[in-house]
Design a protein around this ligand. Sequence first.
Ligand code: CTP
Ligand code: MG
Length: 237
Amino acid sequence: HRTAAVIPAAGRGVRLGPGAPKALRALGGTPMLIHAVRAMARSRAVALVVVVAPPDGAPEVRNLLDEHALPDRTEVLVVPGGDTRQESVRAGLAALPADITSVLIHDAARPLVPVDTVDSVVEAVRDGAPAVVPALPLADTVKEVEPGAPGEPEPVVATPERARLRAVQTPQGFDLATLLRAHEAIAVSGEGATDDAGMVERTGVTVVTVPGHEEAFKVTRPLDLVLAEAVLARRRA
Ligand code: CTP
Ligand code: MG
Protein backbone atom coordinates (compact mmCIF):
# COMPACT_ATOMS: atom_id res chain seq x y z
CA HIS A 1 0.00 0.00 0.00
CA ARG A 2 1.41 3.40 -0.96
CA THR A 3 -0.49 6.57 -0.15
CA ALA A 4 0.06 9.97 -1.78
CA ALA A 5 -1.38 13.34 -0.84
CA VAL A 6 -2.55 15.76 -3.54
CA ILE A 7 -2.75 19.38 -2.39
CA PRO A 8 -4.86 21.65 -4.62
CA ALA A 9 -3.31 25.11 -4.14
CA ALA A 10 -4.15 26.75 -7.46
CA GLY A 11 -7.00 29.00 -6.28
CA ARG A 12 -6.87 32.78 -6.26
CA GLY A 13 -8.51 33.25 -2.89
CA VAL A 14 -11.05 35.81 -4.08
CA ARG A 15 -13.01 35.70 -0.81
CA LEU A 16 -9.86 36.43 1.20
CA GLY A 17 -9.44 39.71 -0.69
CA PRO A 18 -6.73 41.20 -2.90
CA GLY A 19 -3.16 39.95 -2.64
CA ALA A 20 -1.05 36.95 -3.58
CA PRO A 21 -2.76 33.62 -4.40
CA LYS A 22 -4.22 32.35 -1.11
CA ALA A 23 -1.89 29.35 -0.73
CA LEU A 24 1.14 31.65 -0.89
CA ARG A 25 -0.04 34.06 1.81
CA ALA A 26 1.89 34.00 5.04
CA LEU A 27 0.65 32.40 8.24
CA GLY A 28 2.99 32.90 11.18
CA GLY A 29 5.56 34.12 8.65
CA THR A 30 5.39 30.91 6.54
CA PRO A 31 3.30 30.41 3.38
CA MET A 32 0.01 28.62 4.04
CA LEU A 33 0.96 26.00 1.46
CA ILE A 34 4.13 25.06 3.38
CA HIS A 35 2.03 24.47 6.51
CA ALA A 36 -0.31 22.25 4.46
CA VAL A 37 2.55 20.24 2.93
CA ARG A 38 4.09 19.73 6.38
CA ALA A 39 0.71 18.65 7.76
CA MET A 40 0.57 15.85 5.17
CA ALA A 41 4.26 14.94 5.32
CA ARG A 42 4.05 14.59 9.10
CA SER A 43 1.91 11.49 8.61
CA ARG A 44 4.13 8.41 8.35
CA ALA A 45 1.62 6.94 5.90
CA VAL A 46 2.17 9.63 3.27
CA ALA A 47 4.96 8.63 0.86
CA LEU A 48 4.57 11.40 -1.70
CA VAL A 49 3.02 14.88 -1.85
CA VAL A 50 1.81 16.42 -5.12
CA VAL A 51 1.28 20.19 -4.93
CA VAL A 52 -1.03 21.68 -7.55
CA ALA A 53 0.29 25.22 -8.05
CA PRO A 54 -1.43 28.26 -9.58
CA PRO A 55 -1.40 27.79 -13.39
CA ASP A 56 1.56 30.15 -13.92
CA GLY A 57 3.10 29.69 -10.47
CA ALA A 58 4.72 26.25 -10.56
CA PRO A 59 8.36 27.51 -10.62
CA GLU A 60 7.68 29.89 -7.72
CA VAL A 61 6.06 27.09 -5.70
CA ARG A 62 8.99 24.75 -6.45
CA ASN A 63 11.38 27.42 -5.09
CA LEU A 64 9.29 27.91 -1.97
CA LEU A 65 9.30 24.18 -1.25
CA ASP A 66 13.06 24.02 -1.71
CA GLU A 67 13.53 26.92 0.75
CA HIS A 68 11.50 25.38 3.57
CA ALA A 69 12.39 22.35 5.67
CA LEU A 70 10.19 19.26 5.25
CA PRO A 71 10.41 15.85 6.93
CA ASP A 72 13.32 13.93 5.34
CA ARG A 73 11.52 11.09 3.65
CA THR A 74 9.02 13.33 1.82
CA GLU A 75 9.09 13.48 -1.93
CA VAL A 76 7.23 16.53 -3.32
CA LEU A 77 6.12 17.01 -6.94
CA VAL A 78 4.72 20.28 -8.29
CA VAL A 79 2.25 20.49 -11.18
CA PRO A 80 0.28 23.47 -12.56
CA GLY A 81 -3.44 23.61 -11.75
CA GLY A 82 -6.54 24.63 -13.67
CA ASP A 83 -9.46 27.08 -13.57
CA THR A 84 -11.56 24.99 -11.18
CA ARG A 85 -10.69 22.98 -8.10
CA GLN A 86 -11.87 19.87 -9.91
CA GLU A 87 -9.46 20.46 -12.81
CA SER A 88 -6.65 21.12 -10.35
CA VAL A 89 -7.30 17.84 -8.52
CA ARG A 90 -7.39 16.05 -11.85
CA ALA A 91 -3.97 17.50 -12.75
CA GLY A 92 -2.61 16.30 -9.41
CA LEU A 93 -4.00 12.79 -9.89
CA ALA A 94 -2.48 12.61 -13.37
CA ALA A 95 0.98 13.13 -11.85
CA LEU A 96 0.79 10.13 -9.48
CA PRO A 97 3.21 7.26 -10.12
CA ALA A 98 1.78 3.81 -10.91
CA ASP A 99 2.54 2.26 -7.50
CA ILE A 100 0.18 4.59 -5.61
CA THR A 101 -3.00 2.77 -4.51
CA SER A 102 -4.65 5.31 -2.24
CA VAL A 103 -4.72 9.08 -2.13
CA LEU A 104 -5.54 11.98 0.18
CA ILE A 105 -6.90 15.18 -1.34
CA HIS A 106 -6.12 18.09 0.96
CA ASP A 107 -6.89 21.80 0.52
CA ALA A 108 -3.86 24.08 0.87
CA ALA A 109 -6.42 26.36 2.52
CA ARG A 110 -6.58 23.99 5.55
CA PRO A 111 -3.01 24.50 6.76
CA LEU A 112 -3.52 23.52 10.40
CA VAL A 113 -5.09 20.06 10.20
CA PRO A 114 -3.58 17.90 12.99
CA VAL A 115 -1.66 14.76 12.02
CA ASP A 116 -4.06 12.57 14.03
CA THR A 117 -6.90 13.59 11.72
CA VAL A 118 -4.77 12.77 8.67
CA ASP A 119 -3.86 9.40 10.17
CA SER A 120 -7.44 8.48 10.98
CA VAL A 121 -8.49 9.15 7.37
CA VAL A 122 -5.61 7.01 6.03
CA GLU A 123 -6.42 4.24 8.50
CA ALA A 124 -10.08 4.08 7.46
CA VAL A 125 -9.04 3.82 3.78
CA ARG A 126 -6.50 1.12 4.57
CA ASP A 127 -9.19 -0.73 6.51
CA GLY A 128 -11.18 -0.95 3.29
CA ALA A 129 -13.38 2.16 3.00
CA PRO A 130 -13.20 3.42 -0.63
CA ALA A 131 -13.94 7.03 0.36
CA VAL A 132 -13.47 8.76 3.73
CA VAL A 133 -14.17 12.32 4.85
CA PRO A 134 -13.39 14.03 8.17
CA ALA A 135 -16.61 15.61 9.42
CA LEU A 136 -17.92 17.67 12.33
CA PRO A 137 -21.42 18.39 13.62
CA LEU A 138 -22.72 21.88 12.82
CA ALA A 139 -23.08 24.69 15.34
CA ASP A 140 -25.53 26.69 13.21
CA THR A 141 -28.95 25.60 12.05
CA VAL A 142 -28.95 25.38 8.24
CA LYS A 143 -31.76 26.56 5.92
CA GLU A 144 -32.30 25.68 2.31
CA VAL A 145 -33.48 28.79 0.41
CA GLU A 146 -34.66 29.74 -3.05
CA PRO A 147 -31.57 31.76 -4.05
CA GLY A 148 -32.30 35.35 -5.07
CA ALA A 149 -30.34 38.50 -5.84
CA PRO A 150 -27.41 39.18 -3.45
CA GLY A 151 -28.55 41.14 -0.39
CA GLU A 152 -32.27 40.57 -1.08
CA PRO A 153 -34.51 38.49 1.22
CA GLU A 154 -34.77 34.85 0.09
CA PRO A 155 -37.66 32.49 0.86
CA VAL A 156 -36.77 29.52 3.07
CA VAL A 157 -37.62 26.21 1.45
CA ALA A 158 -36.60 23.71 4.13
CA THR A 159 -34.77 23.23 7.44
CA PRO A 160 -32.82 19.96 7.49
CA GLU A 161 -32.57 18.36 10.93
CA ARG A 162 -29.28 19.69 12.28
CA ALA A 163 -28.35 16.53 14.15
CA ARG A 164 -28.11 14.66 10.84
CA LEU A 165 -25.85 17.25 9.15
CA ARG A 166 -22.05 17.34 9.11
CA ALA A 167 -19.56 19.90 7.83
CA VAL A 168 -16.84 18.07 5.92
CA GLN A 169 -13.17 18.91 5.82
CA THR A 170 -10.04 17.62 4.17
CA PRO A 171 -7.93 15.53 3.80
CA GLN A 172 -10.49 13.31 2.10
CA GLY A 173 -9.10 9.82 1.53
CA PHE A 174 -9.79 7.47 -1.38
CA ASP A 175 -8.97 4.22 -2.98
CA LEU A 176 -7.24 5.74 -6.03
CA ALA A 177 -9.13 3.70 -8.65
CA THR A 178 -12.45 4.76 -7.08
CA LEU A 179 -11.57 8.46 -7.24
CA LEU A 180 -10.24 8.22 -10.80
CA ARG A 181 -13.51 6.57 -11.90
CA ALA A 182 -15.50 9.39 -10.26
CA HIS A 183 -13.42 12.02 -12.07
CA GLU A 184 -13.95 10.22 -15.40
CA ALA A 185 -17.71 10.06 -14.83
CA ILE A 186 -17.94 13.75 -13.96
CA ALA A 187 -15.80 14.74 -16.95
CA VAL A 188 -18.26 12.85 -19.19
CA SER A 189 -21.42 14.24 -17.57
CA GLY A 190 -20.05 17.80 -17.37
CA GLU A 191 -21.40 18.22 -13.83
CA GLY A 192 -19.49 20.01 -11.10
CA ALA A 193 -18.93 19.19 -7.42
CA THR A 194 -17.56 21.17 -4.50
CA ASP A 195 -15.74 18.23 -2.95
CA ASP A 196 -14.16 15.02 -4.12
CA ALA A 197 -16.32 12.75 -1.99
CA GLY A 198 -19.41 14.31 -3.60
CA MET A 199 -18.16 13.08 -6.97
CA VAL A 200 -17.60 9.59 -5.62
CA GLU A 201 -21.11 9.54 -4.07
CA ARG A 202 -22.60 10.15 -7.51
CA THR A 203 -20.97 6.98 -8.81
CA GLY A 204 -22.95 5.01 -6.22
CA VAL A 205 -20.02 4.32 -3.90
CA THR A 206 -20.65 4.79 -0.15
CA VAL A 207 -18.61 7.53 1.50
CA VAL A 208 -18.00 7.31 5.25
CA THR A 209 -17.03 9.95 7.79
CA VAL A 210 -14.40 9.91 10.54
CA PRO A 211 -14.24 12.61 13.22
CA GLY A 212 -12.86 15.87 11.87
CA HIS A 213 -11.04 18.53 13.91
CA GLU A 214 -11.81 22.18 14.68
CA GLU A 215 -8.29 23.14 13.62
CA ALA A 216 -8.86 21.67 10.15
CA PHE A 217 -11.07 24.68 9.29
CA LYS A 218 -10.67 26.26 5.88
CA VAL A 219 -9.11 29.70 5.56
CA THR A 220 -11.68 31.35 3.32
CA ARG A 221 -12.39 34.90 4.57
CA PRO A 222 -10.21 37.47 6.37
CA LEU A 223 -11.56 36.47 9.82
CA ASP A 224 -10.30 32.91 9.21
CA LEU A 225 -6.75 34.28 8.96
CA VAL A 226 -7.15 35.90 12.37
CA LEU A 227 -8.23 32.54 13.82
CA ALA A 228 -5.41 30.68 12.05
CA GLU A 229 -2.79 33.08 13.45
CA ALA A 230 -4.25 32.61 16.93
CA VAL A 231 -4.18 28.80 16.66
CA LEU A 232 -0.54 28.91 15.52
CA ALA A 233 0.41 31.26 18.34
CA ARG A 234 -1.26 28.93 20.87
CA ARG A 235 0.66 25.95 19.46
CA ARG A 236 3.95 27.83 19.75
CA ALA A 237 3.28 29.02 23.29
N1 CTP B 1 -8.19 25.36 -5.77
C1 CTP B 1 -7.39 24.90 -6.82
N2 CTP B 1 -7.67 25.28 -8.12
C2 CTP B 1 -8.69 26.11 -8.38
C3 CTP B 1 -9.52 26.59 -7.31
C4 CTP B 1 -9.24 26.18 -6.02
O1 CTP B 1 -6.44 24.16 -6.59
N3 CTP B 1 -8.90 26.49 -9.64
C5 CTP B 1 -7.83 25.00 -4.38
C6 CTP B 1 -7.52 26.22 -3.54
O2 CTP B 1 -6.17 26.64 -3.77
C7 CTP B 1 -7.77 25.73 -2.13
C8 CTP B 1 -8.81 24.63 -2.32
O3 CTP B 1 -8.91 24.37 -3.72
O4 CTP B 1 -6.61 25.17 -1.52
C9 CTP B 1 -10.14 25.03 -1.72
O5 CTP B 1 -10.71 26.10 -2.47
P1 CTP B 1 -11.12 27.51 -1.89
O6 CTP B 1 -11.00 27.55 -0.42
O7 CTP B 1 -12.39 27.90 -2.55
O8 CTP B 1 -9.92 28.45 -2.42
P2 CTP B 1 -9.97 29.50 -3.58
O9 CTP B 1 -10.76 28.98 -4.73
O10 CTP B 1 -8.57 29.94 -3.82
O11 CTP B 1 -10.76 30.72 -2.85
P3 CTP B 1 -11.98 31.56 -3.45
O12 CTP B 1 -13.05 30.54 -3.79
O13 CTP B 1 -12.35 32.49 -2.34
O14 CTP B 1 -11.42 32.26 -4.66
MG1 MG C 1 -12.88 28.53 -4.53
